[in-house]
Design a protein around this ligand. Structure first.
Ligand SMILES: NC(=O)C1=CN([C@@H]2O[C@H](COP(=O)(O)OP(=O)(O)OC[C@H]3O[C@@H](n4cnc5c(N)ncnc54)[C@H](O)[C@@H]3O)[C@@H](O)[C@H]2O)C=CC1
Ligand SMILES: C[N+](C)(C)CCCC(=O)O
Length: 393
C-alpha cells in the first residue's frame, strides 16, 4: 500500500511539472523557422493487469495515464479485481470526474481482448504472461495502436566468492520467495561461484527452513499460499518435471506439513540443473529457485544471458568494478547490485527480449501516455519563393 501511495504522489508531482515543460523550444540552424514541442495525452488508455500485485500493477498504469491527461479503462485480472474496484470507489469519493477512470472486470478473452482491439482505445499497457502479451500486440497491430508490454522473466542472480554469505543469502531468498515467487522480476536462477557454492547452499537451506509459512494474515508470515489451484498444480508440475529431467530437489518441493489446506508450497531449491531443462528456461511464477555454479566472470554472464527473457538481473560482489562490468553485460532492463527486487518509483521499470518493451515508472512511465507534437512556425516576412510568382497584371 505504501508503494501505491508513493506512486500516486509521484505522478501528481509529474503532472504539475508537465505544464512547465510544454512548448519547449527545439534549437534550429536557421532563423526563419521556430519550432517547439507539445506533449499531449495519447487519448484513451486501455490498461490490462495481472493478479500478482493487483493494486500496485494497476497503479503503475493508472497514475501516469491520468497524470498525462488521458482517460483510462482498467481491466484487472479476473483472479484479483477487488482492490481495483475499491480504487474506483476512492476515485468517486475524491471527485474524479465520471468517465476519467473506468474499471471493467471480466475474463481475458471477453473483457481484455475487446479492449485491445477497440478502435477508440488509443494505447494498451499490459502486465502479464508473454503468451497473452503476444495476443494483445497482435490485436493492437490491426489498429496500429501502440502497446507497452511488461511480461515474464527468468532473471538471474550472480553471487561471487567475495561476499558476506548470510547477507547475500538473504537477498537470494527475498529475490525468489517474496510474494511466493509470483513476481515478474523474481531472480529465479541463482548463479553461484563454485568456491562458495557448498557453503552458500547450506546457509540458503538454513534460511529457507526458517521462513514462516502461514496464512498471510498471520503476523510474521513470509510465505503465503499461491493464487489459485491452477497455479498450484502448474508449480508442482514444474518441480516434478525438473526431478524427472534429472535435477535434485535440494530443499522443499512439497506442501508444508503443518498446512493441510490451501495452495501452499514450500520454498523450493533445485540443483544439478542443466541449461536445457525446463526449470532453467521457463518462468515458474512460484517459490522455486534453480541453481547453477560458475567458475569465471564471463561464464557467469553467459549463463545469466542464456534466456529468452530480459526483465531483471542481479549481481552480488564486493568488487564494485566487476559489478559495473556485469551491469553493462546483462541483457535486461533492470540490474540490481548487491540486492534483488527493491523497486523505486523514480526509476524506469521494464524488460527487453520476450519480457516486453516500454518502460513504466519514473518519467518514462509518463511518456508512455504522451504523444509528442512538433509545432513549426515560419517567422520571416519574406515570400517563401519556391515558385515563380505569377504576373500581377
Ligand atoms: N510476468 C507477469 O507479470 C505475470 C506472469 N504470469 C504468468 O502467466 C501465467 C498465466 O496467468 P494469467 O493470470 O492467466 O496471465 P495472463 O497473462 O493470461 O493474464 C493477465 C491479464 O490479461 C488478461 N487477458 C487474458 N487473455 C487476454 C486476451 N486475449 N486479451 C486481452 N487480455 C487478456 C487477463 O484477464 C488478465 O487481466 C501464470 O501462470 C504466470 O506464469 C501471470 C501474471 C503476471
Ligand atoms: C515491486 N516488486 C518488484 C516486488 C514487484 C513488481 C511487479 C512484478 O515484477 O511482479
Amino acid at each position: 500500500m505504501d508503494d501505491v501511495v508513493a506512486c500516486f504522489e509521484y505522478y501528481a508531482d509529474l503532472a504539475e511539472a508537465l505544464d512547465g515543460k510544454q512548448r519547449s523550444p527545439i534549437s534550429l540552424p536557421m532563423e526563419n523557422f521556430k519550432s517547439y514541442v507539445l506533449k499531449e495525452p495519447i487519448g484513451v488508455a486501455g490498461l490490462i493487469t495481472a493478479w500478482n500485485y493487483p493494486l500496485l500493477m494497476a497503479t503503475w498504469k493508472v497514475a501516469p495515464s491520468l497524470a498525462a491527461g488521458c482517460t483510462a479503462v482498467l481491466k484487472p485480472s479476473e483472479l484479483a479485481s477487488l482492490t481495483c474496484l475499491e480504487l474506483g470507489a476512492i476515485c468517486i469519493e475524491v471527485g474524479l470526474p465520471p468517465g476519467v477512470l473506468n474499471i471493467i472486470t471480466g475474463l481475458g478473452p471477453e473483457a481484455g481482448a475487446p479492449l485491445s482491439s477497440h478502435p477508440h482505445v488509443d494505447k494498451v499497457a499490459f502486465t502479464g504472461s508473454t503468451e497473452t502479451g503476444k495476443r494483445i500486440m497482435t490485436a493492437a497491430a490491426q489498429m496500429v495502436k501502440p502497446v507497452s508490454l511488461e511480461l515474464g522473466g527468468k532473471s538471474p542472480l550472480i553471487v561471487f566468492d567475495d561476499v558476506d554469505i548470510d547477507k547475500a543469502v538473504e537477498w537470494a531468498i527475498f529475490g525468489i520467495f517474496l510474494n511466493a515467487g509470483q513476481v515478474c522480476s523474481a531472480t529465479s536462477r541463482l548463479l553461484l561461484h563454485e568456491k562458495i557454492a557448498k557453503q552458500f547452499l547450506d546457509r540458503l537451506v538454513a534460511w529457507a527452513k526458517n521462513i514462516k509459512i502461514s496464512d498471510p494474515l498471520e503476523k510474521g508470515c513470509r510465505l503465503g499460499s499461491v493464487i489459485s489451484e491452477g497455479q498450484y498444480e502448474k508449480i508442482k508440475k514444474f518441480i516434478s518435471t525438473a526431478r524427472s529431467e534429472g535435477a535434485t530437489i535440494l530443499y522443499g518441493g512439497a506442501r508444508p506439513q503443518h498446512l493441510r489446506r490451501g495452495f501452499f508450497i514450500e520454498p523450493t531449491i533445485i540443483t544439478d540443473v542443466s541449461t536445457s531443462m525446463q526449470i532453467w528456461r521457463e518462468e515458474v511464477f512460484g517459490p522455486v529457485l534453480c541453481v547453477k555454479e560458475f567458475r569465471t566472470e564471463s561464464e557467469a554472464v553467459e549463463l545469466a544471458n542464456d534466456t529468452h527473457y530480459g526483465l531483471g538481473g542481479a549481481v552480488i560482489s564486493n568488487d564494485q568494478e566487476r559489478c559495473e562490468r556485469i551491469s553493462k553485460a546483462l541483457h535486461s532492463g533492470i540490474v540490481w547490485i548487491n540486492c534483488s527486487q527493491p523497486t523505486l518509483v523514480q526509476a524506469p521499470w521494464g524488460g527487453n527480449k520476450r519480457s516486453g518493451f516500454g518502460r513504466e515508472l519514473g518519467e518514462w512511465g509518463l511518456e508512455n501516455y504522451l504523444t509528442v507534437k512538433q509545432v513549426t512556425k515560419y517567422c520571416s516576412d519574406e515570400q517563401w519563393g519556391w515558385y515563380q510568382p505569377p504576373s500581377k497584371l
